[in-house]
Design a protein around this ligand. Structure first.
Ligand code: MIC
Ligand code: SF4
Length: 642
């Protein structure tokens, strides 16, 4: 039996475990990346491990999220990351160099290699044939120290692409179509692999748009073959030597196969408040809009920017619309300036932002009250934009540009023939904003600078034999990490300050939650399906830990979040019978009988509702390693014990 692309890379990097779907496997990680909003924690944890130098082939720290510096906190955190990375052998991508995934794709991604990043959109690198996975900061710290990265062996989903995209239909429409077909849960436990004749019609940045937003499927990662198009991209980046050819074997076996006919695709939009709530743009045509934001790690490549510039050239953004544009990297930004396209954008009335995440993570540019915002981003979760009642739609750069001019939702295919965009055959290479670390013999000369915003990381405890506590919060399906631990300008500066961060925990769902949890000393959270989808932020585990949460009971969990819960000693348990969810209400007194034993080795425990007498069976599907970790009260204790 042949192998898929992902299986080939996994096989080459397998440290332990069997490549059997559903079983835990350990992988050797070649490269890591961090960004600043998760990076401080990752490096604090790396320091706590006491390892002098990173052991990966390449590790890069990016500053791209917390770039709005409304106080000293973010700047202090940047300085900490700059100095700690210099000491320990990690490259530092300075603020102004661009969004981690875009820069990594341009300068460092390599087909056939493994990458983990403390950011859920690390699968962007799949566009170049790399196995890129999002992980919690602690897992990234372990990998930097040469440790194994553990995942559950995924099943393989194949998406066959046939035909060729029409004018004004973009790569974004491809992934929106996949999201429409599979939903935000459709990729859980799977790797999505693209193949078929249509692949060669897509450039590497277009492929990266698709793998980037594969994160929204809940997939472990997404990946494209590495072919002549990949080779040309690497050569244009001056990295032709990094090319290897990669494709799946003829007889590779997939657990499910889907087909997307690129020629038949029409512009699509993900409607509020979920990336899989997809409709045709033609159905939304004419709806008045207030804001358009173009950029983010999904759509900020040179190709995206030139497409938008060609559509805006000589036009004016509608007076009722505010348009922001954030190019993805310094490379893109410089080239836009040099070819004159930047002038076309500015002239049309676009408000040009720095090359960073910006509005995507609520760092500025929040829409007006109840505003309709069209964004080329990947997430439109409730309140993520910074405006609680905003209506955010996720669209392609083509739809965004057409609508920005018209002032209403506009299907760009109604505009006729698209202007021809000439892509440069070589990119402008200048890595002057990537700082190299000092050599090992000079590391003692570097002083790590720590600002007053950096507070100690909470550490978990071993589980009680029987857990008696309150059902402190009951939430529904598809709870995202943006619900658990919101981001945005007011909250992000405290990513290294868990006590302060705790004041915002779950406030999107229940503004009294932090106070209540503190007063009652924590308890258990009950969730629905796909609990913890979205970001890799381990703060969505660390902060609940700080607030005394001992266990989360849910119908099912998202991959990265469940790993983060275990890393910090919060026990994730699923309801054997999902209907039992209705037997429990917020405020009920609970007992989880046999809690510690269940963690140690039993697969089940009984949840008793002491308020109404109901019971439910809880299931723990954990590997032996995870059980040991939880028994020790989390990964840091577990590693120390070892
Ligand atoms: C996101 O897009 O949600 C983020 C912000 O990039 C997160 C990381 C974080 O919360 O810092 C992610 O995707 O993992
Ligand atoms: Fe940054 Fe947005 Fe991409 Fe997250 S999704 S890495 S916030 S651009």
């Amino acid at each position: 039996m042949g192998y898929t692309i992902a299986q080939k890379i996994i096989k080459n990097h397998l440290v332990c475990g069997e490549m059997v779907v559903g079983k835990e496997i350990g992988l050797k990680i070649d490269q890591t990346l961090t960004q600043d909003a998760t990076g401080t924690m990752a490096y604090l944890q790396f320091e706590a491990m006491g390892i002098d130098r990173v052991k990966t082939e390449l590790s890069v720290a990016y500053i791209d999220h917390n770039t709005l510096q409304a106080g000293f906190e973010n700047a202090d955190d940047h300085r900490y990351i700059q100095t700690v990375t210099k000491k320990h052998g990690i490259r530092f991508s300075r603020p102004g160099n661009g969004i981690c995934h875009q820069v990594h794709l341009e300068r460092f991604s390599k087909p056939g290699k493994t990458l983990i990043g403390s950011d859920s959109h690390t699968p962007t690198a799949g566009g170049i044939g790399m196995l890129g996975m999002g992980a919690g900061g602690l897992d990234v710290a372990v990998a930097m120290g040469g440790g194994t990265y553990y995942i559950t062996m995924p099943k393989m989903i194949r998406v066959n692409l046939v035909g060729k995209l029409s004018d004004y239909v973009g790569a974004k429409d491809v992934i929106l179509e996949v999201l429409r077909m599979l939903s935000v849960k459709g990729g859980v436990g799977a790797i999505v692999e693209y193949g078929g004749e249509g692949v060669k019609t897509l450039s590497v940045p277009q492929r990266a748009t698709i793998t980037n937003m594969g994160a929204e499927l809940g997939a472990t990662t997404s990946i494209f073959p590495s072919d002549e198009v990949t080779k040309a991209f690497l050569e244009a980046e001056g990295r032709g030597e990094d090319y290897i050819e990669l494709s799946s074997d003829e007889d590779a076996v997939f657990d499910a196969v889907y087909t997307v006919d690129l020629s038949a695709l029409k512009p699509l939009a993900a409607c509020p408040h979920s990336p899989d709530n997809v409709k045709a743009v033609s159905e939304l045509s004419g709806m008045k809009i207030n804001q358009v934001c173009i950029g983010s790690c999904t759509n900020s490549s040179m190709q995206d920017m030139l497409t938008v510039a060609s559509m805006l050239k000589g036009k004016t953004v509608h007076p009722d619309v505010s348009l922001s544009i954030s190019p993805g990297s310094k490379q893109v930004y410089t080239m836009l300036a040099e070819c004159g396209a930047l002038a076309d954008l500015i002239n049309a009335g676009a408000r040009i932002l720095e090359c960073a995440c910006g509005p995507c993570i609520g760092m500025g540019f929040s829409p007006q009250s109840a505003g309709v915002s069209l964004r080329t981003f990947n997430r439109n979760f409730l309140a993520r934009s910074g405006t609680a009642d905003a209506q955010v739609y996720l669209v392609s750069p083509e739809t965004a540009a057409a609508s920005a001019i018209a002032g209403v939702f506009t299907d760009p295919t109604t505009l006729g023939v698209a202007p021809k965009v000439e892509m440069p055959t070589t990119f402008k290479i200048n890595d002057n904003l990537i700082e190299m670390p000092v050599s090992a013999d000079k590391m003692d000369e570097v002083t790590v600078e720590r600002g007053p915003n950096i507070k100690p990381i909470p550490v978990g405890k071993a589980p009680d034999e029987n857990l008696s506590c309150e059902l402190i919060l009951k939430v529904g399906d598809d709870i995202t990490t943006d619900h658990i631990m919101p981001a945005g300008t007011k909250v992000l500066p405290y990513r290294s300050n868990v006590p302060k961060l705790s004041e915002f925990c779950f406030t999107v769902c229940d503004k009294d939650f932090p106070e209540r949890a503190k007063k009652k000393g924590g308890g258990v959270i009950l969730g629905g399906v796909n609990y913890g989808q979205g970001s890799s932020r381990e703060h969505a585990a660390l902060v609940p830990l700080y607030l005394g949460i001992k266990a989360v009971v849910a119908k099912s969990f998202a991959r990265i979040h469940v790993a983060n819960l275990i890393n910090f000693g919060i026990v994730p348990m699923t309801l054997k019978n999902p209907d039992d969810y209705d037997k429990f209400n917020e405020g009920d007194a609970l007992e989880i009988q046999g809690f510690a034993n269940a963690v140690k080795g039993e697969n089940e425990a009984t949840l008793v509702n002491k308020t109404n007498g109901a019971t439910a069976t809880l299931v723990l599907t954990l590997s032996a390693r995870q059980r040991e970790m939880l028994t020790a009260g989390g990964c840091l204790n577990y590693t120390k014990n070892k």
